[in-house]
Ligand binder design. Sequence first.
Ligand code: MRU
Length: 364
Amino acid sequence: MNSHVHIIDGTLDTLRWVGDALELIDQRGLPTQVRMDRCATVGEVARAIRELRVRGAPAIGVAAAYGLALGGLHARASTLPEFVSVVRCDADNLAATRPTAVNLRWALDRTMRALDEATDVDHGRALLLRAAQELHCEDEQNCRAIGAYGAPLIPPGSRVLTHCNAGALATTGIGTALGVIRAAYGAGRIREVLVDETRPVLQGARLTAWELAQDGIPATLITDNAAAHFMKLGRVDVVVVGADRITARGDVANKIGTYGVALAARAHGLPFYVAAPLGTVDFSLTDGDAIPIEERSSDEVTTLGGVRIAPHGIAVENPAFDVTPARFIAGIITERGVALPDFAESLSRLRAGETLPGPVIVPA
Ligand code: MRU
């Protein structure tokens, strides 16, 4: 299916390195405008991440790694220690763009570690770029593996509900939650996908609905408010979402509204799965309440499509993410297998390099 390439015209990717710059789809214009954005400096990459031109935890990790490579390319440094300190400062600036998705910090730390091998400045530049390209390639493979591990969890004939966009646009592959949905659809297991619109920025309506339409996967767009209603009507069999940060015990930060979906799923006895690469797991945190939650501009709430929908002066709070406690999660689908509760144990086995046995396969 290779949908992340086919999505537009067979030549474009969510992001791509073009030799001296990072090109990315400006996701703010989707689905009506498909525009590529060119970032030639680390500052431009940081701005693209902050402004949600590129978004989704794995995609911003890869973009930031290329940002670091760009920073290295233009760094004015004559010695290796000088070079490393310039790049470290770039890494801190990139990490500050979005605080919740841990993939960002994880990707930057990994790319920085490549510099440990550097013998001089030019070598350092080459190592940064190679590290970013490896990360890019790995993310693509991770999505495929997540899809393969997750598909058997979807009972044949399922109606699947998803929230936000954890698809090709949020990664450099087929997506995490949408990776599972794509693989399950390919295996004939999905009848319909219900797509939450995902206010305030409408990643569901603008991005997920668009991706699924491009792939010809039957999808129905619903308002966020309607999710519990459709569960009560028996129109949902399983929920799959992505993640921005998962703690060592399996608490999951994801797009605002995810927690409500998980509560509704529990109330209706529906399995609620999270799909994410292991780079999304922050083993330094146990309690999900310790995850920093990004607060975004009030304009995202008081306007819709550029039109004001609330009175001037109204107080607004706009947390971009919420945290779903581990007890509401049936499984965390990773590139090395499906972690089941107790997540503290299953995630730590995955961290140690173990591959967990696959789920019981329900034949299609
Ligand atoms: O604010 P966004 O659009 O970056 O939020 C994205 C999400 O919450 C996704 O579900 C998450 O990053 C997983 S993407 C594979």
